[in-house]
Design a protein around this ligand. Structure first.
Ligand SMILES: O=C(CO)COP(=O)(O)O
Length: 247
């Protein structure tokens, strides 16, 4: 049971060609721990450009993709288009997609299933809001979000599950290592019961929410934290320290 440590940067709607050059510079300089799989979530318009300039040990990911290959869906990007560009990863179900753009569990699950069918690797994001945590509903919420995906897919080998408590995203309020570990461990138990022991053992569950160079090492020590999905800090040179959190 060895789960390769996985660190993703999610640039969100940030960056210019010039800023991407700066990010590429610090990623090239690294050095990046060769035992870590590194992915960066790039705005769709910069995917092709980024793929051309990123070092080979950093894979670009789309931040969203629709649930069908093509058609009359103005403004959308399909997994088939990503494959055409040579992109291997897509982030789906991010809390900003859920809460700013109103994507429900059912749509996210359809997107995950279609992206996997098209051959992409998927970062599937889940996480509770502050009021849900305060009401003691954290587990129920993340189980429901994961169940919607489990209902639609069989093969989890190309999925990374990102637990991102909404109250910790962009707030500077990180979940403590114990808080994150507790949810990850509960998710693993749930996967064992509802999906399979194999998936429970092999699925990488990564944590996201105000991860920084200062807090990543403590989080990375937890048994069920297999990496990170990093927002703000992935735009800065400290992202290299986060990639190297296990060193
Ligand atoms: O949403 C996130 C990553 O997807 C986390 O963002 P921050 O690291 O900026 O809190």
């Amino acid at each position: 049971m060895s789960r390769k440590f996985w660190v993703g940067g999610n640039w969100k709607m940030n960056g210019t060609k010039k800023e991407i050059e700066g990010i590429v510079d610090f990623l090239k300089k690294g050095p990046l721990d060769p035992n870590v799989e590194v992915v960066v979530g790039v705005p769709a318009v910069y995917l092709d450009y980024s793929k051309g300039v990123l070092p080979p040990n950093v894979a670009p990911a789309a931040q969203n993709a629709y649930k069908v290959p093509k058609g009359a869906f103005t403004g959308e990007t399909s997994p088939a288009m990503l494959v055409d560009l040579g992109i291997d990863w897509v982030i789906l179900g991010h809390s900003e997609r859920r809460n700013v753009f109103g994507e429900p569990d059912s749509l996210i699950a359809e997107k995950v299933a279609h992206a996997l069918e098209t051959g992409l690797n998927v970062v599937a994001c889940i996480g509770e809001k502050l009021e849900e945590r305060e009401a003691g509903q954290t587990e129920a919420v993340v189980y429901q979000q994961t169940q919607a995906i489990a209902d639609k897919i069989k093969d989890w080998s190309k999925v990374v599950l990102a637990y991102e408590p909404v109250w910790a995203i962009g707030t500077g309020k990180t979940a403590s290592p114990q808080q994150a570990q507790e949810v990850h461990a509960q998710l693993r138990k749930w996967l064992k019961e509802k999906v399979s022991e194999k998936v429970s053992n092999e699925l990488r569950i990564v944590y996201g929410g105000s991860v920084t160079a200062a807090n990543c090492k403590e989080l990375a020590k937890e048994a069920d934290i297999d990496g990170f999905l990093v927002g703000g800090a992935s735009l800065k040179p400290e992202f290299v320290d986060i990639i190297n959190a296990k060193q």
